[in-house]
Design a protein around this ligand. Structure first.
Ligand code: NAD
Length: 459
C-alpha cells in the first residue's frame, strides 16, 4: 500500500503542477457532474446508509444527499466569482496602488471522514477542496462500509484519480496516509484521533482543519416554552440515533420546570417513534457493537425515566432519558454520541457555570429561553463552536455561517464559501503604479521623520 499511496501522490502532484486544477471551468464541470451522479444514485446512497446503520431514508435525504445537493448548487453558482482575485481598498501609504486577495489552492489534500454522516462529511469538504483547485485523497470511514463503497464508486466515475482518489480502509491505512507530506489535511472525527492527526502532521507544519466533538450543553431556562423545547430537542437528539456531533449532549434545566419537561419529552418520543421505537422505521441503529457496549455501560446504575431498552442483536438502544446523573458518572465523563439524554437540574443560575466549565469547549451549545437577556448572557459567557437559541442542530443549515469547533472541539471552519476559503491560501498582492514614486520612505531619512511619524500613525 505504501507504494500505491506515494505513486498516487506523485500523480496528483504532477496533475496539480501542470495547472489543470487552475481551470475554474474544469472545477465547475466536475462539481456539476458530481451533483448529477448523486441525483441519479440518490436511492442507492440511501440504501447504503440504511445497510450501515438503518439510517431512515427521510434523514438520509435531509442530512446527507439533499444537504449535499443543495450545497453543490450553492457552490457551483458562485464559484466563478469566488475564484477571481478579490479587490480590496488600497492603503493610502502605497499610493498609487491597487490591492487584491488571490485565492490559491494548497495542492494535494488529505480528507479523513467519520462514519456518523458518512456521505455528507466526505463530500462536503471534497466540494470545497475541488472548488478551490486542489487535488484530493479521501479516506472514508471503515465503520460505514456500504457508504464508503458507494462514495468510492461515485467519485471514481466523476474524477480522474489524478484529481481525486478514494482510499478505503481503517486505522492502518489512515496511519500510512498520515506519514506522507500533504499540502492540507482536513480531518473530521473524535478528539483523541484529532490529536493523533495533529501530531502526525506537525513535523511538516501542514495546515489543517480539525472538526472534532465535545459535550454539548443544552440549557433550559424557567421562561422557556417547555413543550416546544421538548419537541425540538427530541428531534435533534434522536436524529441519527443521537450519533450527531452537534446533538445536545445533556440538559441543564431550571428545577421548577424539570418534571414538566420530562413529561413533554416522553410524549414527544412516543409521538415521533411510537410506543416501541424498535419497530419505528424512522429510528436509526448504533453503528457497531463497540459503540453499543460503550453506550450500554453508561446506563448501568443510572435512573432511566424514559427508554433504556436495549437489543444487542439489532444494535438498538431506545431514546433514553437519564434523571440527575452525578457529574462523576460514566455518562457525564465524555461525549455520549448516542441516544441517551441526561437531565440535570439547577436551582440558581450560578449552578450552571460549574457544570459547563467541567468540560472542554464544546462544539455546540443550546439555550431555550423567552428572556433574551438570559440567552445573550449564556452565549457571551461560554466559548463553543456554534449553537442556537430555542432550537438545536439547525445552525448547520445556513450556508452563510461557518461551521467548526474551538479549542478541543476543533480548529478551522467550513460550509458554503467558508469551505472554499478553508482550502485556499489567501495571497495578498499589492499592484504598484509606476507613474509616480513618492520619495518619502527612502534613505537618507534626514528631515523626513516629522512627516512620516504623522502620516504613518494616521493611515
Ligand atoms: P474517529 O476519530 O474514530 O474516526 C474518524 C476517522 O479517523 C475514520 O476515518 C478513522 O478510520 C480514522 N481513524 C481512527 N483512528 C485513527 C488513528 N488512530 N489514526 C489515524 N486515523 C484514525 O471518529 P468516528 O468514530 O468516525 O466519529 C465520531 C466522532 O467524530 C465523534 O467524536 C464526533 O463528535 C466527531 N464528529 C465531529 C464532527 C464535526 O463536524 N466536528 C462531525 C462528525 C463527527
Amino acid at each position: 500500500m505504501d507504494n500505491k499511496i506515494s505513486d498516487l501522490l506523485t500523480t496528483q502532484r504532477s496533475f496539480f503542477k501542470e495547472g489543470k486544477t487552475q481551470e475554474v471551468a474544469l472545477r465547475i464541470e466536475k462539481l456539476k457532474l458530481l451533483r448529477s451522479v448523486i441525483e441519479v444514485r440518490e436511492k442507492e446512497i440511501c440504501d447504503a446508509l440504511y445497510k450501515d446503520f438503518k439510517k431512515p431514508v427521510f434523514e438520509s435525504v435531509l442530512s446527507e444527499t439533499g444537504f449535499i445537493i443543495s450545497e453543490l448548487e450553492y457552490v457551483i453558482k458562485r464559484l466563478k466569482d469566488w475564484s477571481k482575485p478579490e479587490k480590496i481598498s488600497s492603503s493610502w501609504t502605497n499610493f498609487p496602488s491597487s490591492d487584491y486577495i488571490y485565492s490559491e489552492p494548497y495542492g494535494t489534500c488529505l480528507i479523513i471522514a467519520p462514519w456518523n454522516y458518512p456521505f455528507q462529511l466526505a463530500i462536503s469538504p471534497i466540494m470545497g477542496a475541488i472548488a478551490a483547485g486542489n487535488t484530493v485523497v479521501l479516506k472514508p470511514s471503515e465503520l460505514a462500509p456500504h457508504t464508503s463503497q458507494i462514495l468510492a464508486d461515485i467519485l471514481e466515475k466523476v474524477f480522474d484519480p489524478a484529481m481525486l482518489a478514494v482510499i478505503q480502509g481503517g486505522i492502518p491505512i489512515s496511519e500510512e496516509l498520515l506519514k506522507e507530506k500533504w499540502d492540507y489535511v482536513f480531518f473530521t472525527g473524535s478528539v483523541p484521533v484529532g490529536r493523533i492527526v495533529a501530531k502526525a502532521i506537525a513535523p511538516h507544519l501542514t495546515p489543517s482543519t480539525l472538526e472534532l466533538g465535545g459535550k454539548n450543553p443544552c440549557i433550559i431556562h424557567s421562561s422557556a416554552k417547555v413543550e416546544l423545547a421538548a419537541k425540538r430537542i427530541v428531534w435533534g437528539k434522536f436524529l441519527n440515533a443521537g450519533q450527531t456531533c452537534i446533538a445536545p449532549d445533556y440538559i441543564l434545566i431550571d428545577k421548577s420546570i424539570k418534571s414538566n419537561f420530562i413529561d413533554a419529552v416522553k410524549k414527544e418520543i412516543t409521538a415521533a417513534y411510537g410506543t416501541n421505537p424498535e419497530h419505528s422505521k424512522d429510528y436509526a441503529r448504533i453503528i457497531n457493537s463497540k459503540n453499543f457496549d460503550r453506550l450500554s455501560n453508561m446506563l448501568l446504575g443510572e435512573h432511566c425515566v424514559a427508554g433504556g431498552d436495549l437489543n444487542a442483536a439489532d444494535l438498538f438502544i431506545s431514546p433514553s432519558i437519564i434523571d440527575e446523573p452525578s457529574l462523576e458518572s460514566k455518562i457525564m465523563e465524555d461525549e455520549i454520541f448516542g441516544p441517551l439524554l441526561p437531565v440535570i437540574s439547577y436551582s440558581n443560575e450560578t449552578d450552571i457555570y460549574p457544570v459547563i466549565s467541567n468540560y472542554a469547549k464544546p462544539l455546540a451549545l443550546y439555550v431555550f429561553s423567552e428572556e433574551n437577556s438570559f440567552s445573550e448572557k449564556i452565549i457571551k459567557n461560554y466559548s463553543f463552536g456554534g449553537g442556537a437559541i430555542n432550537d438545536v442542530v439547525v445552525q448547520v443549515v445556513n450556508k452563510k455561517m461557518p461551521f467548526g469547533g474551538v479549542g478541543n472541539s476543533g480548529k478551522g471552519a467550513y460550509h458554503g464559501k467558508f469551505t472554499f476559503d478553508t482550502f485556499s491560501h489567501k495571497k495578498s498582492i499589492t499592484k504598484r503604479g509606476t507613474w509616480l514614486d513618492v520619495p518619502l520612505r527612502y534613505a537618507p531619512y534626514t528631515g523626513k521623520l516629522g512627516l512620516i511619524s504623522k502620516l504613518i500613525k494616521k493611515f
